[in-house]
Design a protein around this ligand. Structure first.
Ligand code: NAD
Length: 495
């Protein structure tokens, strides 16, 4: 959708109501009080957010469990669930401007990107799974003639969903939509610094006709609210997007509680590989810049390791640096902004720490490297390109999740592949070459959930996003995601 600046500014001037918990269709305060919500745009308080205590979380999970057991959603005809999810998608579209602006004020994503990536993709996701839900069939197994064996696909029960602060609506929808489509109940725990649009989504879900108790939202700190959700014996499946450190904890909580299945979509350090025979170096450099710097680098699939073939390295870095210097960093509510705010002050400080470490390890900061626009009170960083980064450097190995690009030269295809795979992560990647055979060899060789060729980003909901290695397990998006939200049941019948 498009929106003019005056309309954005009008929406951005509206006060933001305090966030409450949604349990059994009721908006409630949190037993653990409330926390301030600071806007990354200017560091000022935007509103407050209810902090759910473990007892609040237990109530939300019990409500989801009761709703699942009594069948108010789980045993509805698929056509009825489909109608509700379509209504929800329509409501998201109708409220898209408000959702996009609220999200930007909360988490700092550029408005031009938020308009597309947040309500736009959330509505598309609800429509996709609304359409998919009555096309999921069970099976008859090829058994002996005196047996009839059926494989049923059943909802798992209660899904706990814990999501991060980048693209909360999009990533939230990737989990909530297929979970609800298959008839499950959901308890959602949004990130502390990006809960507001998901609370609005929950309001729209009630309006669309999702019955009370089927979709509950608990807000609050990860180590309290998130931990209680992950430990809950009422949660059958936990779906998570966030950092590897939290992912590890969730596996421990699962082991300590009811062995709930955990699906983890984690971080990345994705290689974007430019061969000298790339069809258009200018286009590749522009895309390489947006692949890392959009949303101030806070994108899980960001192309954060740029591998460039030695013979074009200097030329490519010079085009890239020029492109980067021209990018407009600033207030994410401005349509002219290309690089918005960093989500929080600790995140910004962490980004700067990576640059300092890279410089001390021998990397060269070609452009950027500093905090900017400090006078606004907000959290902004100049997009940063560091060359001479080697596999043993911290900047090569660890995810920054900020606007910092590590550049490394390579000699030939074999070295490119070795460097690409020299990472604990395996989320995304990109290959720029005019040689079709080389492109296919690289697609086969790179260990990652996505390989982009002569482009970077933009993979839509028809395809899975499924990390390998320490980038996670299971898939978001596409029909493959439905597998997380179903149990298989065999009926073995003697004829
Ligand atoms: P995070 O792990 O700090 O937080 C994610 C969520 O987990 C938040 O809701 C947080 O409150 C909660 N949490 C934190 N500690 C918890 C605990 N002990 N128990 C339960 N819940 C807890 O991650 P983040 O900083 O919000 O997000 C950035 C990370 O997410 C990056 O690593 C990024 O790559 C990753 N990410 C991955 C994908 C993907 O699809 N693979 C997409 C987006 C972001």
């Amino acid at each position: 959708m498009s929106l003019d600046q005056a309309a954005i500014d009008r929406l951005a001037a509206a006060p933001v109501a305090p966030g409450r918990l949604l349990i059994e269709g009721q908006w409630l305060p949190g037993e653990a009080g409330e926390n301030p919500v600071l806007s990354p745009i200017d560091g000022r308080q935007l509103t407050t957010l209810a902090a759910a205590s473990p007892a609040d979380v237990a109530r939300a999970c019990a409500s989801a469990r009761a709703a699942f057991e009594d069948g108010r959603w789980s045993r509805l005809a698929p056509s009825a669930r489909k109608a509700v999810l379509h209504r929800l998608a329509d409501l998201i579209d109708r409220n898209a401007a408000e959702l996009a602006v609220l999200g930007v004020r909360d988490n700092g994503t550029e408005i031009s990107m938020a308009l597309k990536a947040e309500p736009g993709s959330a509505a598309a996701t609800f429509r996709y799974y609304a359409e998919a839900l009555d096309k999921v069939y069970g099976e008859i197994a090829p058994t002996a003639p005196n047996i009839l064996a059926l494989v049923h696909k059943e909802p798992v029960g209660v899904v706990g969903a814990i999501v991060p602060w980048n693209f909360p609506l999009m990533i939230g929808a990737w989990k909530i939509a297929p979970a609800l489509a298959m008839g499950n109940s959901v308890v959602l725990k949004p990130a502390e610094t990006a809960s507001l649009t998901l609370l609005k989504l929950a309001e729209l879900a009630l309006e669309a006709g999702v019955p009370p108790g089927v979709f509950n939202v608990v807000t609050g700190p990860g180590r309290v609210t998130g931990e209680a959700l992950a430990l809950s014996p009422d949660v059958d499946v936990l779906v998570f997007t966030g950092s590897g450190a939290t992912g590890r904890r969730l596996l421990q909580y699962s082991a300590q509680s009811n062995l709930k299945r955990c699906y983890l979509e984690l971080g990345g350090k994705s290689p974007n590989i430019v061969f000298a025979d790339a069809p258009d170096l200018q286009a590749a450099a522009k895309t390489a810049a947006t692949a890392i710097f959009r949303n101030a680098g806070q994108v899980c699939v960001a192309g954060s390791r740029l591998l460039v073939q030695a013979e074009v390295h200097d030329e490519f870095v010079s085009i890239l640096a020029e492109t980067t210097k021209k990018m407009t960093v600033g207030n994410p509510l401005s349509l002219a902004t290309q690089v918005g705010a960093v989500n929080s002050l600790p995140q910004l400080e962490g980004n700067l720490g990576f640059v300092a470490d890279a410089a001390s390890e021998g990397g060269q900061v070609v452009t950027g490297g500093a905090r900017v626009l400090q006078e606004t009170g907000g959290w902004y960083m100049d997009p940063t390109v560091v060359t001479g980064v080697r596999p043993e450097h911290r900047l090569y190995r660890e995810e920054v999740f900020g606007p910092v690009l590590a550049v490394t030269p390579f000699k030939d295809e074999e070295e490119a592949l070795r460097l690409a795979n020299a990472s604990d992560f395996g989320l995304a990647s990109g290959v720029w070459t005019a040689n079709l055979s080389r492109a296919h060899r690289m697609i086969r060789g790179i260990r990652a959930g996505v390989v982009h060729v002569n482009t970077y980003g933009g993979a839509d909901g028809t395809v899975p996003l499924a990390g390998t290695k320490q980038s996670g397990n299971g898939a978001d998006k596409s029909l493959y995601a439905l597998e997380k939200y179903c149990d298989l049941k065999t009926a073995w019948i003697q004829l």
